[in-house]
Design a binder for this molecule. Structure first.
Ligand code: RIB
Ligand code: CA
Length: 372
């Protein structure tokens, strides 16, 4: 019976069969994230847990980095997120880098003063850095009560996970790339063992968001972005070029926040935290065209099914790290790239209707999540 059980449980973890009928193992994934409760990083955390429940993914862990929020707050939000989903004992949270490699506040302020531009979103840099847990902001349903951050650092977890699963680990890099840069610097031997990196980051042929030229994740740590994008491994970029065209509108929002048949703690928090503009003050009734970004969530959709991408291009990608108006700016060369760059896939357009069906389904599934 035990063997049958083991066989059955393995079958549950396998995500469908390859063309020859041989089951493929579920992709092993590290989510490297500037985590938040239920903006795009937190939404991806929910989607990943629900996909694992379906045996379609194996989340090895969540490694947190400063970006949207300071590291300490991001870790607290990730711990509660996993506890809220009922998977805190299965998906570990690892603390990573608190500061960028070389983009300090002093430089950021000088750049913004001399070259003002962008939407003004500075993430962690627009809030005081918490120096103790007493200064953290609790999620609406409180901090995690029994789920603790792992003792191993994010960098050591990345390195150990890649070495334990050579050529099998996909890193979903949905925040600043500091953790990955440090892992590659300290243990270059893991680089050829990483299966692939899928980024939400960069603005290739469109304007940036935090500045007129740079997208937030890569602007927050330009040096890390430049180093990681130059690593000789398989890479796919989900930049603002596509995320700017895949926005959640009122119809999508209502399918999550207001479906009476699929109400969960997640849908209630989604309404509470993302309802502004749709249900909230100065909301949809004043702006029927209000939409909001879902940035990071496109990366896990692409990982599950690359055909969500209806248009892609192959480019060699670089990131500017020079002080000034272009700090963090991404450039995608279609030909004749400068030395040292890697060719990678740039996602330019998505099948929006099919993506939002995928997105809505995963954000409205039952909670707690029952992992195999
Ligand atoms: O520019 C979009 C990125 O910045 C996303 O990863 C979002 O989470 C924010 O961090
Ligand atoms: Ca993010």
């Amino acid at each position: 019976m035990k063997r049958l059980f083991v066989t059955m449980s393995c079958a549950v973890m396998l995500s469908g069969c390859g063309g020859n009928g041989v089951a493929r193992a579920a992709p092993k994934v590290i989510v490297d994230s500037d985590y938040n409760t239920l903006s795009d990083d937190g939404q991806l955390g929910v989607m990943a847990a629900q996909l694992q429940a379906q045996g379609k993914i194996e989340v090895l862990g969540i490694t947190v980095v400063s970006g949207n929020q300071w590291l300490r707050q991001g870790v607290a939000d990730a711990l509660k997120s996993m506890e809220r989903l009922g998977v805190g004992d299965r998906i570990g949270v690892y603390a990573g880098a608190n500061y960028a490699l070389a983009h300090p506040n002093s430089e950021i302020r000088q750049e913004l003063a001399r070259f003002p531009s962008g939407d003004g979103y500075l993430g962690a840099w627009s809030t005081p850095e918490p120096t103790s847990d007493a200064q953290l902001v609790a999620p609406p349903d409180g901090f995690a009560t029994h789920t603790k951050v792992q003792s191993k650092s994010a960098v050591d977890f990345i390195v150990d996970s890649v070495k334990a699963n050579p050529n099998q680990v996909t890193i979903l890099a949905i925040g600043p790339l500091t953790n990955i840069a440090l892992a590659a610097r300290q243990h270059p031997e893991i680089v050829p063992m990483i299966k692939q990196i899928v980024y939400m980051g960069g603005a290739i042929d469109v304007p940036g968001n935090t500045t007129a030229t740079a997208e937030f994740n890569w602007w927050f740590d330009p040096e890390a972005a430049r180093e990681v994008l130059r690593l000789p491994i398989k890479q796919t970029v989900v930049p603002l070029d596509v995320t700017d065209t895949v926005k959640m509108d009122k119809a999508v929002y209502d399918r999550i926040a207001h479906d009476p048949t699929r109400q969960t703690i997640i849908t209630q928090l989604f309404k509470q935290l993302n309802g502004y503009g749709f249900d909230g003050k100065n909301g949809f009734e004043t702006n029927p065209n209000y939409t909001t970004d879902v940035w990071d969530t496109l990366t896990i959709a692409w990982l599950m099914d690359p055909s969500f991408a209806t248009q892609t291009e192959e480019r060699w990608v670089d990131v500017d790290t020079s002080f000034g108006a272009n700090d963090g700016k991404a450039t995608g060369y279609a030909s004749s790239p400068p030395a040292g760059l890697q060719k990678m896939t740039i996602v330019k357009r998505f099948d929006n209707a099919r993506f939002f069906d995928f997105y809505v389904d995963l954000l409205t599934r039952p909670v707690p999540v029952k992992l195999p």
